[in-house]
Design a protein around this ligand. Sequence first.
Ligand code: NAD
Length: 408
Amino acid sequence: MDNSDNICRTCQTQLKRSVDKKEIVGFLEYPRRSLIVTFPVKMDSGKTKLFTGYRVQYNNALGPTKGGIRFHPEVNFEEVKTLAFLMSLKCAVLGLPYGGAKGAVQVNPKELSKKELERLSRAYIREIYAILGPKTDIPAPDVYTNAEIMGWMLDEYERIVGRKEPAAITGKPLCKGGSKGRDIATPQGGIYVLKEALKALKSKYPMVVIQGFGNVGMGAAKILYDEGYKIIGISDSNSGVYDENGIDIVKLIKHKDKTGKVSGFKGKEISNKELLELDCDVLIPAALESQIHKDNAANIKAKVVLELANAPVTPEADDILFKKRIAVVPDILANAGGVVVSYFEWVQNLDDKYWSLEEVLDKLNKKMVKAFNDVYKKAKKMKTTMRKAAYKLAIDKIMEAEKKRGNV
Ligand code: NAD
């Protein structure tokens, strides 16, 4: 089973668990529009290579669709479809005027030169531009794509349509209309939600453990460390470190930059399995999917699990954690900061007025706090998990809009 099977199975199960009516499950079981393209790219050698790309627009009841573009050698249609479904729910939970989409190209970007990567990015946009647009479908960066790639893609789109259209793609470089704060939006949004969760659960001075030390895990660690939180465990794909007195994150970042890994840093070396089962208050999975599963869920000791990764907890583990009264803040809420600031970027582009970092963070905080409280109250009322409550909230909003359109 590959990762896409895991994510698909998790999301399908969560969808079926969250709505009781078969009619709704049927309505949201398939994307509204899917495009699969195969296109040629000239390599530096002079030879032409064919690549496969996807763009899936899952549901557009609440607005134009929105979602990242991923470059990955193993990406496939099922995975893109599932991620587009999750984007639809994420936008709905956060109250954004968007539907959900996702795009991808099956490629290992590490094997391409910079010029090849640029030609591939532009070629992909030429294939899918007809279904994009600031009021239709707005891409953003995702795994192995970044602001520079978004800049090339936007430039290609603007050349085709023959006008400046900065709101057509978000996550752009600042000089091309990007938003301040976009680079830290995902971990920062997650931390705003975490603080609210700790308030609701009346937990003070928590000890934190983080799995993953990439964009999101490192970003979250840095924000928490700067705010005086004690991080006692942290890991990457090799292994983890544990220090009951707290890890100096600034020094760990330098160590990781120098050696490429977390291991070897001051503290006790531990495995990823041990890290997840550490005695702590907050556990933040920020690496891969399906990390907490039926075989280790019973050993989790945290009081709060903040899902910054997508689908890190399987449905079976969700049940076990709920019985243990461990609060899981679900991915579609916890890691939505990126799409929220993408929305802010789009608004600034349409308005042609640009905000300071303080304004962006203040607005992000308000959006995340409101979404958390909506989900938390719903979960209390339904006597269920925050995940089921978040799915229910999102699906109700989407189905209400579909009803008003006369589609249901
Ligand atoms: P990344 O590639 O920058 O970092 C991933 C980290 O996980 C790395 O430190 C890697 O060493 C570590 N890792 C890999 N396998 C591991 C394992 N088996 N055990 C422990 N650590 C392991 O990726 P990222 O952008 O930080 O994304 C992390 C997660 O957050 C993914 O699930 C991604 O889909 C999700 N996410 C990211 C964003 C974003 O803005 N980057 C937004 C929403 C969700």
